[in-house]
Design a protein around this ligand. Sequence first.
Ligand SMILES: Cc1cc2nc3c(=O)[nH]c(=O)nc-3n(C[C@H](O)[C@H](O)[C@H](O)COP(=O)(O)O)c2cc1C
Length: 368
Amino acid sequence: MAGNSIGKEFTVTTFGESHGKVVGVVVDGCPAGLPLSEADIQIDLDRRIPADPKIVSGRIEKDTVKILSGIFNGFTTGAPIALMVENREVDSSDYKTIKDLPRPGHADYPARVKYGGFQDYRGGGRFSGRVTVAIIMAGAVAKKLLSQFDVDVLAYTSAIGEVKTDKKFSAEEIRKNRYSASTRCPDFACAEKMKQAVVDARKEGESVGGIVECMALNVPVGVGEPMFDSLDADLAKALFNVPAVKAVEFGLGFEIAELKGSESNDAFVMQSGKVATSTENMGGVLGGLSNGMPIVMRIAIKPTPSISKGQKTVNLSTLKAADLSVKGRHDPCVVPKAVPAVEAAVAVTLADHMIRAGLIPKVLERQK
Ligand SMILES: Cc1cc2nc3c(=O)[nH]c(=O)nc-3n(C[C@H](O)[C@H](O)[C@H](O)COP(=O)(O)O)c2cc1C
């Protein structure tokens, strides 16, 4: 079965390739009555490419969303919402030379085997980071829907290469500052050091990875469908479909393995008349269900595969060893561009699960 769709009630189907005509998405199952305009979607698209030529690839697409269906008089109708942007800044010349030379770390080799050489390899085709535009557009719809129920999804860069911020930010600080610095770190002194790490990597023909932290706030208790559609499992699934994601942790994540139960358990307490926990080691999920606390995830992003530094590969036509130095327009670090994609992956999953949990109705406001 093809795997271009995600979600059970709020479903997202993406289409398009890096160097094709368009990148688009169909969102089905969005309740009727949600006020939605191009501006709601454009804001997240504009957050994708930091306005800093020093740290992004030379391909700057001025993505302008077109809403093709599903909106009438400024409100969602309950019909599928089709959204697209055009690919304009396409230059495929560098890809002809590497058609037979799979880039180490990229999807070229397994994609060629799986699709028999028919796959669109230009710009990474379907495996390009450009395809995150589709999930970002769907995520903007999901965020608008979630905002009607006070649920907020916020992500930021907490590490690039070895440069990390240890600061604990308030939700308000993250909401306000997460897209201010080009590296998407709300600790501005650290953001500058991160930028330098990216600039240095680029100079050496190298790339760097990093960590995105994401939190979902005000998710009601009990969202998630165990056994196999547990909330953490579905969030991780959506996040692993953002290209270059190599690890997803909730709460303390791998660190929790070293603790005793008395250290790791989050004690229940009463806070403002509600059951809460005094610590947040579990990341807001117990038994695959939200526990009412912030859902906190850390997502590890690998260094960009395409680097100009020389690498070893195999020529797939001759099956002989070959040297490769990747040319073309590549991000020396994809972490900043991944931040809105992470928010989107989390938002579409939460929208789907809140509808499934009966917390979001099929019609938001019934007309008289
Ligand atoms: C926003 C974004 C932009 C990306 N840009 C590039 C790029 O310019 N060059 C590149 O080699 N990989 C880039 N990637 C990473 C590849 O798409 C990804 O590593 C590849 O498809 C293999 O998939 P995997 O890393 O998930 O295994 C980008 C990823 C994201 C999320």
